[in-house]
Design a protein around this ligand. Structure first.
Ligand code: NZQ
Ligand code: ZN
Length: 382
């Protein structure tokens, strides 16, 4: 077991009507003026935003609003949010939405605590030394950003999607009401299930095998695969929605990776698909994972045997995962993802961007340079 540092400062308030505790949580975490940050309309349509505005008014908590976060959130809106918060004296950001809204909020939080350009943190030119705090009302379980140390933004001018990791951006609290996820379309539900599975798989596929981490990971994987299958048939089932929601947080707060080196190669490859084609992150992961797995399997076949035995009931892993993704409406290749084959030029561009011009490597289970990235994109393009 390698040495590790496990830090999960996020206060979780989970259950029906949990959002009613927002005013108390905001006061407890020192919010004097709040930015209410949200996406493209789902939280307005469901009545959640109206409920939050009414509660904040009643509690005398001043706030300003900024909506319009899109999936694969953009740096341009983050910059707008930083300027707005500076002008308005905002000292707390409340994200109402999923990974995109949370990451946009985290980006604003970083920018408010820094004199330079916030992109410096995503371009590895600077390291965060602080951030204005973020709280979350989660509406889609997927990214795990509500507890994670990660922020992923798309620079819309440079067409680059990059992440930044630091404990400063871990949300102070997350309010999670599974009923708020009843309105999710089947496609978004399945994208979320895939991302949750992938956050565990990225850590499970390590050359360090640990009884405790493996047992947690295998339990999560079995549970999420099963609930993911069932919830698409039964979308208003509270227990299934709750199971997936809590699993989403546990899969990306670092728990399953303690004591081993994680991989995250498929995530890096996927970020280029999101940037190139604007696809949903979860769908992009499903389109790549089986090709990644086939490519790296010889590194440590025993890991795939454990996955098969302890998660898939002894079934062969690659075909079984391909069938699973398709059964929940996810693509299992790039043509299934974008409706055509990627061109050679597009694949070259994605590998060039992922390798940051050619020299940067990703992954750990098998380290992937530009050549290996090209090989995997090509396999997934069949
Ligand atoms: O914008 P609105 O109208 O709210 O619609 C959203 C959006 O179109 C909709 N939605 C959300 N809650 C809903 C709902 N629709 C109906 N009912 C609800 N209750 O769902 C769509 C997708 O939302 P988004 O926030 O983009 O999804 P997700 O949570 O999957 O976030 C994806 C982003 O997170 C990043 C991804 O790269 C991507 O940019 N990730 C962030 C991570 C992190 N910070 O730790 C880790 C992940 O690996 C991931 O990379
Ligand atoms: Zn992910």
């Amino acid at each position: 077991m390698t040495d590790f540092h496990f830090f999960t400062p996020t206060e979780i308030v989970f259950g029906r009507s949990s959002e009613e505790q927002l005013p108390c949580l905001l006061k407890k975490h020192g919010a004097n003026k709040v930015l209410l940050h949200f996406g493209g309309g789902s939280a307005e349509r469901s009545g959640l935003l109206l409920k939050i505005r009414t509660m904040l008014d009643a509690a005398g908590i001043p706030f300003v609003e900024l909506g319009g976060v899109v999936p694969n959130p953009r740096l341009s809106l983050v910059r707008k949010g930083i300027a707005l918060c500076k002008a308005e004296g905002v000292d707390f950001i409340l994200a109402v939405g999923g990974g995109s809204v949370i990451d946009s909020s985290k980006g604003i939080g970083y920018g408010l605590a820094y004199d330079g350009d916030v992109w410096d943190f995503f371009d590895a030119k600077a390291k965060p030394a602080g951030a204005v705090p973020v709280g979350v009302v989660l509406t889609i379980p997927a990214s795990g950003s509500e507890m994670s140390d990660s922020t992923v933004l798309t620079n819309d001018e440079l067409e680059l999607k990059r992440g930044c990791n630091s404990d400063f951006c871990r949300p102070r609290f997350a309010v999670m009401n599974p009923e708020r996820t009843f309105t999710l379309p089947a496609f978004q539900t399945a994208c979320g299930v895939t991302d949750i599975l992938m956050h565990t798989l990225e850590r499970y596929f390590s050359k360090t095998h640990l009884d405790i981490s493996d047992a947690i990971a295998e339990g999560l994987l079995r549970t999420v695969m099963d609930a993911g299958r069932k919830v698409l048939e039964d979308p208003f089932n509270y227990e299934l929605r709750a199971t997936i929601m809590w699993a989403g947080s546990l899969s990306h707060n670092g728990l399953t990776g303690c004591g081993a080196v994680a991989d995250f190669g498929t995530h890096r490859l996927e970020h280029e698909l999101s940037t190139m084609y604007g696809v949903a992150h979860g769908a992009g992961l499903a389109a790549l994972w089986c090709s990644w797995a086939k490519y790296v399997m010889s590194e440590d076949p025993s890991r795939f045997e454990s996955f098969s035995r302890n998660v898939l009931g002894g079934k062969e892993p690659l075909g079984t995962m391909k069938d699973y993704f398709r059964s929940i409406g996810m693509p299992a290749s790039i043509p299934e993802l974008i409706g055509r084959k990627a061109t050679e030029e597009e694949i070259e561009t994605m590998a060039l961007r992922c390798s940051r011009g050619g020299d940067f490597k990703v992954g750990n289970f098998k380290v992937l340079g530009k050549k290996e990235m090209l090989d995997i994109y090509k396999m997934a393009n069949e």
